[in-house]
Design a protein around this ligand. Structure first.
Ligand code: ADP
Length: 242
């Protein structure tokens, strides 16, 4: 596509996101399933009371703030692509620490919520919000790091003893990782706490030569909330921004 056509398309997409973001919200009432998460609202967003908005799926899937801050410390500046941004918990912390974020979600409602939440933190201008399918967009994206917190399948992930990578949605973890690798080897994946660690380690072998990998347990207070896998430069604390 010619550069001017691409820039027109980008402008139209930005205008669409802005228009959607400014539509009035129909706030969902907090149902009994969400109540447990609502009680933890300040560990999800410390500025919750300043106007944070969520939907039911957002309550289950947003990365707690202290964990999102740890993830952001690893990106070391540059640009980050957040492939499944949800209500924006990670994108916000990346924007606070890095230079630029591309935040993608297939659901326009999620992008609306993420934009609102980024505004609460005053970082909306550092994030390009994109409504779209990460798999379709990936080949046209450039970034110094990619962050992936793909759907774990809701709270039911806890019911399996060993969460294998094929349980990730909308595609298995190997496919998601391979798509991200086309952008950069500097990949951070936030995965369930019961994820099959051997399979996560196998991901580093998908690249030749194999990528550096570091696996971290991610806690809020003393509660294990997930597993973070850092690949490539992010495993060393700083992506190779060359
Ligand atoms: P969980 O199962 O962990 O609760 P979610 O179902 O909330 O996770 O999924 C995380 C986010 O990923 C959601 O906001 C969802 O809209 C988004 N998502 C799902 N598929 C895609 C896709 N192909 N491209 C971009 N975003 C997607």
């Amino acid at each position: 596509m010619a550069r001017s056509a691409r820039s027109k398309k980008r402008k139209r997409s930005k205008q669409r996101v802005k228009a959607i973001a400014e539509e009035p919200f129909n706030e969902e009432p907090v149902g009994p399933l969400v109540e447990k998460y609502w009680l933890q609202r300040y560990s999800l967003f410390s500025r919750y009371d300043e106007g944070i908005k969520m939907d039911e799926e957002g309550w289950f899937s947003v990365t707690p703030e202290n964990i999102a801050m740890n993830h952001a410390q690893r990106c070391g500046g540059g640009s980050v692509i957040d492939g499944f941004t949800g209500v924006g918990g990670n994108a916000i912390q990346f924007a606070r620490m890095c230079y630029h974020v591309v935040a993608i979600d297939i659901d326009p409602r999620k992008v609306q919520l993420a934009y609102n939440n980024a505004k609460v933190y005053g970082v909306e201008d550092y994030i390009d919000f994109v409504i779209g399918d990460f798999f379709k967009l990936a080949t046209s994206l450039k970034g110094d790091a990619v962050f992936l917190s793909p759907p774990w399948g809701g709270p039911a992930y806890r019911t399996v003893e060993n969460f294998t990578l094929d349980l990730l949605k909308p595609k298995d973890g190997y496919s998601i990782f391979q798509v991200a690798q086309k952008i950069t080897p500097n990949i951070i994946m936030f995965l369930p706490r019961n994820v099959d660690l051997q399979q996560v380690e196998e991901l580093s072998w998908l690249s030749s030569p194999p990528l550096n990998i570091e696996i971290e347990e991610s806690y809020v207070h003393c509660n294990l909330k997930g597993t973070t896998a850092y690949f490539g430069g992010t495993a060393l604390g700083k992506p190779d921004v060359s």
